[in-house]
Structure formats: C-alpha cells, structure tokens
Design a protein around this ligand. Sequence first.
Ligand code: ATP
Ligand code: MN
Length: 534
Amino acid sequence: MNNMNNRVPNLGYLNLANGTAIFYQLTPAQLVEAAIKRNEGVLSDTGALAIDTGEFTGRSPKDRFIVDDEITHDVVWWGDINIKFAANKFDALYNKVTSYLANKEIFVRDSCACANEKYHIDIRVVTETAYQNLFVHHLFIRPEVVNPEGQPEWTIIAAPGFKANPATDGTRQENFVIISFSKRTILIGGTGYTGEIKKAIFSVLNFILPHDKQVLSMHCSANTGNRGDTAIFFGLSGTGKTTLSADPERNLIGDDEHGWSDYSIFNFEGGCYAKCCGLTAEKEPQIFNAIKYGALLENVNFVPGTRRVNFNNIDKTENTRVAYPLSNVSNAVIPSIAASPKNIFFLTADAFGILPPISKLTPEQAMYHFISGYTAKIAGTEAGITEPKATFSACFGEAFLPLHPVAYAKLLGKKIKEHQVNVWLINTGWTGGAYGTGQRMKLSYTRAMITAALNGGLDNVSYHQHPVFNMMIPVSCPNVPDEVLNPKNTWANAENYECSANKLANAFVKNFEKYAAYSTVEIINAGPNTVVAV
Ligand code: ATP
Ligand code: MN
C-alpha cells in the first residue's frame, strides 16, 4: 500500500497526524488489495470486492444528529428527523474519535460533490477501513487534480470500530452520524454501512444549496434521451430510482441525488449505489453488468463453493448493495449535467394496490404529492407479517432534509411552472390487491409506461379521472395491457377497492394536516376527495 506520488495530505487541521499510518488517495486496485490484506472482504468471480458492513446493513436515521450552533439554530427544521446535538459534546466526541484513530492505519481520500463546477465542494474523507474509501472513490466525484496540502471545504471522518458511550457522549446508541455545519465536519462512528457516508453529505447539500444558493436539491435519479430531454425520478428507498433510471435507450445522469439550478440539473455524486436483491441480467442488465472489477458488493452471499453471487440470498439483509462509479455504465453522462427536465416522475411503491401504475398530475396535484411523499412499507420480510404500512416522507426524502419541507416544495413548484414540466405519478408497487393478495407491478410494464410518457405515447390517448384521488389515468398505453392501467379493474372485488382507496385517502388527508398552514387552498384541494371515515 503506497501513497500515490508519496504525497501526504494536510491533516494538521484535524489533529489526526500523530503516529498514524496514512494511505492517501489510493487507487481502486490498491484499495482492493488493502481490503483483502486486512480481511475486510474477498473477490467475487467478476472481480468485485465483496465485504460485509457488520452490525449495520442499513442507515440508522434515529442516530443522525446536527450540531445546534449559530449556523443551524434558527434555520434547521428540528425534530425527530433533525435531532439536535450540543456543540461541546461534538467537540468531545471528535477528540475521542481522533484519539481512537491515532494508532491505526487510516485511508484518506480527496473527492468532491456536485458535477456543476459552480456548486462544487471539496470533501476530504478519512476512513478506518479500505472498503469505505473504495466506496467514496466510486460514489463521490473523482477530481482531476487534488490539493493534499490544502484544507478542503468539508471533512468526513468515519470510524466504524469506534463505539460511543451514550451515557457520556450524548448519543442515543454506540453508533452515530453527526453533522457540524460550523466545523464543516461529519463524524461517523459505530457503523460500517457506507450509505451513511453518502447520505450525510446529501444532508449537507440539502442545507447549503437551497439555503445559501437558491438551488433545489432533490432525492431523485435522472437520465436524458438522445434529444437532450431530461427526466427525473423522485422516490423513497426501494421505489425504483436506480432501477428505472438505468435505461439502455437513455443516458444516465445519476441514480440518487441531484441539484436543479436555473437551466440545468446536475448530479451530486460520481457513482451509483444499487440494490442487488433479486438482480438478474435479463431484468436489470445495466446494473448487473456494472458489477465488474473494483465494484463494491455489500452483504451479499455466494453460491456455496463458488465466488458467484446468489442475488436471491438475503440471509444477511434484504438491503444487499453494489457501489460502482458511473464510468462502469456505458451510457453515463460525465460530467453529469443535463438540461432542466421535461418530465418528472414521482415513484411510489403502494403496497395497498390503490394508486394507478401511471397517472398524470396537475401542477397543484404535483405539489400535493411532493409534499406528501407517500409510499408504503411492507411490514417486513419477517414471516407472517402481511399488513403494509403507509408512510409519508415529505419531498420523497424527509430523512435527509435539514430545512422545512415546504422550502423545497416551493422551489420545485416554481420550476414546474417555469419549465412547464409534465408530472407523472408511477406506482411501482402492488396491483390486483394489497401486498399478500396482489402482486408487484411488472418491471417491464413500468418501464413501458415510462417510455410511453417520455416518447409522447400518452399524448393522444384518452384519460379518465380517478374517483378518489382525481389524477388522470390513461386508458391505454403502448406495450401494456389495458386492464393493468385501471387499478380497480385488477381487484377481484370493486367494493373492496373503493373501501381501501378511501382508507388511503384518509391517511393522505391526515398526514397533510401538518402542512396545511404552509400550503395554499389550491394545493390542499388537489388532494384526494374528503371521505367519510370507513
Ligand atoms: P434507494 O433510495 O434505497 O437507492 P431506489 O429508489 O433507488 O432506492 P431501487 O434500488 O431502484 O430503489 O429498487 C427498486 C427495487 O424494486 C429493485 O430491486 C427492482 O428490481 C424492484 N422492482 C420490482 N418491480 C419493480 C417495478 N415495477 N418498478 C421498479 N422497480 C421494481
Ligand atoms: Mn437507489
């Protein structure tokens, strides 16, 4: 493990220099070697590095804190999502983490976020493990020139082996992600789940861009057609952002985090982080083929006796993942910038089977659904639990939004009007009944509906209005059977459908109450019809 060019980064400002073996800006090959040597992981048969992230195989939102300081105090939307952390506790914990790292090998990488140079921020990431550094290499933007002697704008320190003491350190548990805007530092400990690193910097950008730069930050994927027509796909985890943005007929901008400035959108990241559960070359060829040399596989299992990944094995977690740089995808746009979108898709995985698989929203309905951020969580992969739960996460990404959701919604509303964007609601979830009775919408149908929306295939067809939610539903769509389009027709019993639709409408109305004061009458009226409780 040699430092690239033997350059030593400036870590003086971090109080990190003493007695530590520092590996700076290692190449993916060097990081893979280091990870294997350190027993962090093994190679798969396609040359990907397969590691386990340890106790945490997903994010832990209740352990993400923001330091309450002069920058954040009056601006952050405090509560269960943005949990306050005392500045003195942050400083104390910072010293503990750096002392912990002092006698260890550490991996330092200079990288950046935001493909649009105007909004570019430099990030130095210090990781305890080689695999986390490989993740940063893949997911963040790889700068052409680095400045090891300089002090970057932001620093992330990630020490999965460090465990906090909640009684004295001010954390909830041993694991934590703490963002300090005054120190421009993110401290991560007790968790080896790499998604925490990317989503922590996403939270930072969700503060800086709208608040300081009037740029809308979005939890969405994006791609463009050959005529430069951009589409973006908002959606909560598991609704299909990564899957649906990977379209061989279109060019990939990014799969998760984007900004929308005056005339263009830009990726915050330089790579993708795709789910591997049930992955097949036939259904998701682009993701499947991206798992080549140097890609980082997380928490997967091999077919016994081989190094071939069994993508159906979810014994460690349902949230198996692969991280790879955008350059692993043949049709990626680098630098990842594209024109303002012509089409916006809101993805929802409705486990109640109520929402149509594709429908068109008015600008007011778009605002209503954006603020609502509906999806459904399936009670679990645990045996016997079949009852789905409606969840609302404002702006399809509430967990990552330091500002009040209405701040983002207002920016989006303005842009939808200015650019006359078509907004579609896509249900990638259940059809023919709720989870347990119906089945998930076929990926090939969802893809066909999106293709039709993008290519004008739904411009000249008839529409009818949903009786409860009021969005317009196309009666036909190329390459999709007509009967799939109207959810009511897919249910065995129409009365059951109506009853469940009313229940879901009530959940929408109840959830929206907390936003009513910040909203307009037009937006409130764009919600579902008020129904008598059933
Ligand atoms: P995250 O924010 O966690 O990255 P995501 O929005 O990117 O989540 P995906 O990784 O695209 O979500 O996950 C969608 C999953 O659902 C994939 O595993 C995909 O194969 C599966 N799937 C099944 N049916 C559909 C469908 N009709 N549309 C989209 N995805 C589907
Ligand atoms: Mn994704």
